[in-house]
Design a protein around this ligand. Sequence first.
Ligand code: SF4
Ligand code: SF4
Ligand code: SF4
Length: 291
Amino acid sequence: MENEHTQKLSRREFLKLIGAAASGLLMAAATANPSFASSGEELPPEEHWAMLYDATKCSGCRECEVACKSYNKLSEEDVDDLSGNTFTLIKLYQSEDGSQKSFRKFQCMHCVEPACAASCPVSALHKIENGPVIYDSYKCIGCRYCMQACAFGAPRYDWSLAYPLIRKCEMCYHRENGPACAEICPKQALMFGKRGDLIEIAKARIAVNAGKYFEDRVYGEFEGGGTSILILSAVPFEAIGLPALDPKPLPDRTRWALNIVPAIFFGVGGAMAAVYRSSKKSDKEAEEKKA
Ligand code: SF4
Ligand code: SF4
Ligand code: SF4
């Protein structure tokens, strides 16, 4: 017991150290993470894996939620928002007078230039060459800057774990048939494919359905620098909880900090990461000995 208490205290002290003593320094380092510049750039964005969600085709059956839980081994829970145990969620929106209704699928948008990865001081989140934004729990120091940086509220903490980790959709990047949610969808409201092809398909739907889609626009083609989850909707995007973003990539808003952050800040972040990883390793070893 005493040992357990000591381990928890050490970790708490470590997080406190980040929060109180080094948060300013790490924030500066976070905005200047040099690894972001080289990630995800081997394939052009039009070749990235992507999904097109057409809210006008969605019946709200939630089979996508079930398939996601099953593939990712997530337990059932009654929530109305994404969580460390819910990577995708279907919500129904309706106007006050009930005249407009639409479903919306929530999940990580797999941004073309992900702010979460740009804000991570230890590159625990990064975009792989074919598009999905993935997470390395071993590198994570628990600072949660990614949660603050994401305009879509996608990264969540899993508080059910002894060591809370960031959890979110990774687009089933290791699954042979692509995302489980897209494969199961019985209404073709979700389509998986290359980003460029899906934008063309979305625009073709808009072209043959005059007046059906909001502003004849595909959400995610340009917003925040572009996303790999593309959305068609009959109702205004903001009415289904999509933020209004100009085309400027979200990380660009803070990239100026690259030029002013001394290298020592990276050293602080790196040292903390090493201490935290070492503490996780010894905690794991202690747990294994107990078992
Ligand atoms: S939606 Fe948020 S978590 Fe997902 S890639 Fe974009 S910034 Fe990262
Ligand atoms: S791509 Fe995979 S992890 Fe992401 S929402 Fe779909 S099923 Fe869930
Ligand atoms: S499986 Fe398809 S139709 Fe059913 S809720 Fe999900 S996106 Fe909508």
